[in-house]
Write a protein that binds this ligand. Sequence first.
Ligand SMILES: N=CN[C@@H](CCC(=O)O)C(=O)O
Ligand SMILES: [Mn+2]
Ligand SMILES: [Mn+2]
Length: 322
Amino acid sequence: MSVQHDAPSAGLPGDRGEDGPVFRVKDVLRPLKEETRGGAAILGFACDEGVRRNYGRVGAARGPAVIRSLLERLPVHGPAELHDAGDVACRDGDLDAAQERLADAVASLLGKGIRPVVLGGGHEIAYGSFLGLAKHLGDNLASTRVLVVNLDAHFDLRLAPVPNSGTPFRQIAELCAARNASFNYLCIGISELANTTALFERAARLGAEYWLDEEVRKAAPGAVRRALAQRLDAVDRVYLSIDLDVLPAATAPGVSAPAACGIGLDVVEDVIDAVKASGKLIVADIAELNPDLDCDDRTGRVAARLAYRLAIGLGKRSSGFP
Ligand SMILES: N=CN[C@@H](CCC(=O)O)C(=O)O
Ligand SMILES: [Mn+2]
Ligand SMILES: [Mn+2]
């Protein structure tokens, strides 16, 4: 279902009126209503408690507000509909409770046939997103082949006394084991110099597949897409997590741990498009934007662009370029 825009934008840079009405995301973004079914919704996770516990640079709790404001400014080129499911915040440093509330919000959206695009927040968001998917699937988790795709310089498979931004995928592995579900983890953009030997060994023990940042950078055109297509063919559903620190520091300076190498934004966008085109994407999140560390909103704009691609989709314009 889609609705026409009904209120053109005004007052934003570029909206001078002389070229006719301008429609932007803010004109189609509507607070989620109880009766809403289907479509996509953005849901914020205003939390950096996991980053703090992981000795990172805090500030990602302000990520959702900044992504929303940059997303709202982007133009919409055709009929579109997007719901805003509000924010889940972390209160009094209680990360477990915040992840539970995020999971409940994700499960509630999925129960209504709405595809959540969750905006972080530190990468502790990932455990909440997946827990929501697990709640939604219930007893069907074990029989549903879920592929977890994480675009990240880091495995985030750490062992730690308490959950943090470096542990979510180890927590997901444990949740899967407890529910007799397989842990099918594909990590794209892993940096050899940002993960210890112990983490590579844990990834191997858990059967994780990873593609290194250097391999992806040197891959022949189309190779990532072809390899990904094989993995997508073999599963029923995909949870896609994007840690912005998978991008080079010049593209994404506003993260706790910027990448020296990273993989290109074009690869990240190719992965999004391939996963969406498979029809199997069920939950997506964007993690680690720290507006306090950003430069000219560079990382925020990238996050907004990715959120747009996930929630609304590009490709309504084509120049005919060969
Ligand atoms: N979210 C994950 N963070 C990385 C941080 C690495 C760093 O601070 O250098 C990790 O734990 O591996
Ligand atoms: Mn990372
Ligand atoms: Mn991460």
